[in-house]
Design a protein around this ligand. Sequence first.
Ligand SMILES: C[S@@+](CC[C@H](N)C(=O)[O-])C[C@H]1O[C@@H](n2cnc3c(N)ncnc32)[C@H](O)[C@@H]1O
Ligand code: SF4
Ligand code: SF4
Length: 390
Amino acid sequence: MAATTDQSALVRAMRYFNKSVRARHLLELKRHATPRKLLNLIIVEFQRRFLRSARMFGYPYWMVIGVTSTCNLMCPGCPKGLRLVDNRRKRVMSHDDFKRVVDQVKPYVFNVAFNAWGEAFLNKHIFDMIETASSNNLGTLVSANLNHLPEGGGERLVKSGLERLVVSVDGATQESYSRYRIRGNLDAVLDNVREIVAAKRRLGSKLPHIAWQFLLFEHNQDEVEMARKMAKEIGFDEIYFMTAGNRFNDERVNNQLRPEVAAKFYTENQAVDPVCARPWYFIEINSDGGVSPCCDIEAYNGSDDFGNILEAPLKKIWNSEIYQESRKLFQVKGYKPKVATVCTDCYRVKEFQTHPQASTAPAYMFAKSILHPIEAILDYRSSRKPTTLH
Ligand SMILES: C[S@@+](CC[C@H](N)C(=O)[O-])C[C@H]1O[C@@H](n2cnc3c(N)ncnc32)[C@H](O)[C@@H]1O
Ligand code: SF4
Ligand code: SF4
């Protein structure tokens, strides 16, 4: 892509990404549904959209897990890359602990994403964990820098039953790639992908679906077309482009991807719903079992955890005072929680306080609940078109 690419092409590309995520969620629902999971989803969505309940009768149906909180790279936009303080008691989750987590969530959860802070492939039990998740009817996604593949390599990965692999490759040359992925080796990453593609062919497997995720910066914008060609040659199933954030204000991130494009995208896609949905449907489990409402916060550190799933039952944590108080922040403007919760200072709560539609909740929620399934089906249909910037 030339530096002169018009803004609407970039916004369209990012919008495509958003739609494809929603389409994938629909597929997960279809693939891993059971009557109990569907009933739970209906309860959760009813309580979230219509009642914004603090006490829940349904449980989270989407899970992100950090099976390790360590990383081999030093990306300057990430707490792991910056080597920020990590107070977690265990930085690598054991397979037994993973099984204990799965046992608790499997009646409700459709999909497990191994993409919390850290590099999942540094946990040598990752393939066993994916197998455990698959055999319990949970969809699986790993997002990785893929500089390292554990013992067993591509063949073991394909045999584990992984459904989706997202490889973070922010550049088509070593020079631009390593500007953000410090310590990363582009050749090693692409060789690992080739190995997985070859194993898929050998074993006659369509899975995992392999996506190249390219974070756009000023320094790699001109490599978009080259990356597309390489993705096709190597055998990726998809390539998509995302804008990068710089939440730690590190000057090396040099996040110059036309802030006005990102702002337009976020206004159109993110801030539409004044209520953050995560405290109702989503759960993040960290390497020591710590529970976080999302990964947008200091979940890498442990200080903001809402409990520990290896020490207390999910059902207790999900309706604990801290969770209930966090949900109440979105019930009425200006609510002062009775206990300290990381959500209080979050930008989503601030948006809610000032959002014009936040005060007309019942009518707004009613209309949205009717329109949402239609939107999701339309999104699914349009996302089947090939990825393109033009
Ligand atoms: C924290 S990483 C953990 C997974 C893995 N280590 C990786 O980098 O792919 C989770 C996701 O955040 C993305 N990411 C990293 N830095 C980012 C940034 N500055 N802005 C937006 N996303 C970022 C990664 O590419 C990855 O898709
Ligand atoms: S590879 Fe992923 S976890 Fe590691 S430093 Fe980079 S963004 Fe963070
Ligand atoms: S309000 Fe903020 S911190 Fe709380 S779950 Fe939502 S995004 Fe995460």
